[in-house]
Design a binder for this molecule. Sequence first.
Ligand code: NAD
Ligand code: UD1
Length: 311
Amino acid sequence: MKICITGGAGFIGSHIAEECVKKGYEVIVFDNFSTGKKENLSFVKNFPGSSLKIVKGDVADYKAVSKAVKGCNAIFHEAAVASVQKSIENPPATFESNAKGTLNVLEASRNNGVTKVIFACSAAIFGDHPEIPKREDSPVLPKSPYGADKYISEVYLRLYNELYNLTTVSLRYFNVFGPRQDPSSPYSGVISIFTTRIAQGKDITVFGDGKQYRDFIFVKDVVQANMLALEKINSGFHYYNVGYGKATDLNTLIAILKKIYNKDIKVNYAEARAGDIKESVTDPSKIIKELGFTPGYSVEEGLRILVESLQ
Ligand code: NAD
Ligand code: UD1
């Protein structure tokens, strides 16, 4: 099996790449290295004889995508600007990667005999619509250009199935955390920022009152969801919410981190960010029932593994 992973040098993409290499698949990582890193793919040295090719390119460049995916059976499409805040600062730039990039991946698949595209969608499509927990058919109401781009992408996934018979799967990740998540930008994922700063003995900042909550899911569980989609879905268009199914607010997250690090943490509170979602949690029953998904890591278990990996 030959697999292309766009964004494969990033946090989630590199974990998917690692699992594909473990399974003996031929892997092509397609990435522009805007946030991705070659080091994220260093696991490959543990698998002598494995096949992992790195192609530097941008998903906004149709020709480059088309060339990279030739001969692939399936694509995991992870490439995107992952920051909601960055999308609010520069909607057109984000659109190039996050919406046009998806259309290019679908069109390149259609024109090159790729049969399946599995897409990294997001809980951000739901915005702040009051229905909680989010189920697959909860109303969609994006609050950021990022959420809009992810939703447009999902609409194109449905169309490419209906019009061209491409098998498409949209996995709407909730808040993913784990090793290799880049903490270096103020717009990085909150857990990567908090764990890195705490390990360095620095203070942390909560935007808002800390009562906003998320459904934090460990990266290995997200890899499991992707592998199930690859192995079990062979036709149609499907969409699933991918979360652990438990709400954790930031104040609780900090309390868990205090316990794990066994030290006091200085917490500053600042004004809430524009476009920030307050409540986000899913009921993951659909993917559990239909694909046999078994999320295996609570927030505390995942955090313990992450903290250990940072030491
Ligand atoms: P990440 O920034 O670590 O990974 C994104 C990767 O895509 C990076 O390697 C980056 O270099 C690459 N990339 C960005 N723009 C590109 C472009 N135009 N062309 C080619 N490569 C490009 O972020 P991540 O957290 O691993 O996110 C992976 C995917 O999952 C993204 O699509 C993101 O929107 C989605 N997602 C992430 C989360 C989360 O909590 N981390 C939740 C929901 C959805
Ligand atoms: C995250 C992902 C996004 C994904 C979405 C799905 C990243 C960078 N963003 O967005 O790709 O689609 O989940 O739900 O991975 N916060 C602080 N202090 C900080 C940093 C953040 O208080 O130093 C707060 C934010 O204001 C927010 C919460 O923590 O309320 C979570 O922020 P963040 O980790 O950026 O995630 P989302 O915006 O939910």
